[in-house]
Design a protein around this ligand. Structure first.
Ligand code: HEM
Length: 383
């Protein structure tokens, strides 16, 4: 296997990781990224394989799990019951419990709410808004809070806890970040326990009340708390960045949002680029013999630009129809919120461009210095 170098914290790389991906793919389906100390799947075929193959999972085999420092235990208490971190059978149980309540009818019923919210936010724009705080951030958190049944007035609190928790996925995190993430996890869990008690007394037409009904037979208290936190965090972090990255692409290319072009923004500049899988047994793939416990980092955004699967992959093609990208993952962990994310993107972006037909970028937007969340720090436009 060939290796290549690239500091994951290098600002130029974080701004544009796509040229690194091109270099990586040229070296093979699998490469060793030495600064990141990981074997990476770079091609469409390889990413597809590791996300789907049953020999690979999210759980690190027990004999390789390192002891967890007690100070980050509150964060691990949430991770330990998160479907995103689990393999079957626990993954299947948790995912099915949510799917029972996360129906397409329930999702579609949110359409008018998203439209009203988008219009209300646009009504409040000044002449040169920063679309990140003014539009992209409030929509996903308000909608997911409403869906779960957390009071919308708590949105700033939920955003704060979520931002603190996701620093745990960053290559550049410090031990102070870890402490902050742990205390945010404890506060978030306590908040949800209170909300569960409240909903047990007075059930509402929300997902939490529906999950509590399921939980009477299936989910433990910690599983329910962890599931709600996952939905709240996953439900907005990626969608905020997907909204902003898509708006940037439309403005830079002078194109407009349609269902097809929005899907192309997800392929072209997705918010999440890397997810890991661990070998459950000794297994061979792409000419390499892996040992149980080995880790492969699946580079979703690299696979999205593999010329073996996409015509002119480096070009944004708003009419692209054959577009089986990996931005929502693949296999058993395929994004559970993809229908909701697509609905939010379609309604919010179409409303924004319809209401603001002369919108222009007034400064070159730059990405935050986190590789794990490929999202903009600001998106200043004139209306
Ligand atoms: C554009 C926005 C979004 C993107 C790009 C995105 C991306 C992803 C990806 C790549 C995965 C798979 C991770 C893996 O295979 O290890 C995933 C899983 C997940 N996503 Fe999303 N997501 C988005 C929005 C949402 C929303 C709105 C929700 C919730 C309502 C959500 C909930 C989840 C959950 C619960 C999982 C775990 C599924 C499982 O483990 O079975 N996501 N997402």
């Amino acid at each position: 296997m060939k290796s290549l170098s690239q500091l994951p914290t290098d600002p130029a790389f974080v701004q544009n990781p796509y040229s690194f991906y091109e270099r990586a793919r040229a070296l093979g389906d699998l490469v060793y990224w030495d600064d990141y100390t990981h074997i990476c799947a770079t091609s469409y075929a390889a990413v597809n394989h590791f996300l789907r193959d049953k020999n690979w999972g999210r759980e690190i085999p027990s004999e390789f799990v390192e002891p967890i420092p007690t100070r980050i235990q509150p964060f691990m208490n949430i991770e330990e019951h998160s479907m995103l971190e689990l393999d079957p059978p626990r993954h299947t149980k948790l995912r099915n419990s949510v799917l029972r309540s996360f129906t397409s009818t329930r999702i579609k019923s949110l359409k008018p709410d998203i439209e009203i919210l988008a219009n209300n936010l646009i009504d409040c724009f000044d002449n040169t808004p920063d679309l990140l705080p003014a539009f992209c951030t409030p929509i996903p958190i308000t909608i997911i809070a409403r869906l779960i049944g957390a009071p919308e007035s708590d949105a700033p609190l939920l955003l704060d806890w979520s931002h603190k928790m996701v620093t745990m996925y960053q290559a550049s995190r410090t031990s102070a970040d870890e402490d902050t993430a742990a205390s945010a996890s404890a506060d978030f869990a306590a908040y949800l326990t209170d909300l569960q008690t409240e909903r047990m007394k007075r059930p509402q037409q929300d997902l939490l009340s529906a999950l509590l009904t399921v939980s009477a037979t299936k989910l433990s208290g910690p599983e329910l708390t962890s599931t709600c936190i996952l939905l709240l965090n996953a439900g907005h972090e990626a969608t905020v960045h997907a909204l902003a990255n898509a708006t940037k692409t439309f403005l830079e290319t002078g194109t407009k949002p349609t269902d097809t072009s929005i899907e192309e923004t997800l392929r072209y500049d997705p918010p999440l680029h890397l997810f890991e899988r661990h070998a459950k047994s000794d297994v061979e793939a792409f000419g390499y013999r892996f040992k149980r416990g080995d880790t492969v980092a699946c580079l979703l955004a690299s696979a999205n630009r593999d010329p073996a699967n996409f015509l002119a992959p480096e070009t944004f093609q708003p009419e692209r129809t054959r577009n089986t990208h990996f931005s929502f993952g693949q296999g058993i962990h395929f994004c559970l919120g993809a229908p909701l994310a697509r609905l939010e993107l379609q309604i919010a972006l179409k409303t924004l461009f319809k209401r603001c037909p002369n919108m222009r970028l007034i400064e070159q937007p730059s990405y935050t210095n986190s590789y794990h969340f490929h999202g903009l720090a600001a998106l200043k436009v004139s209306i």
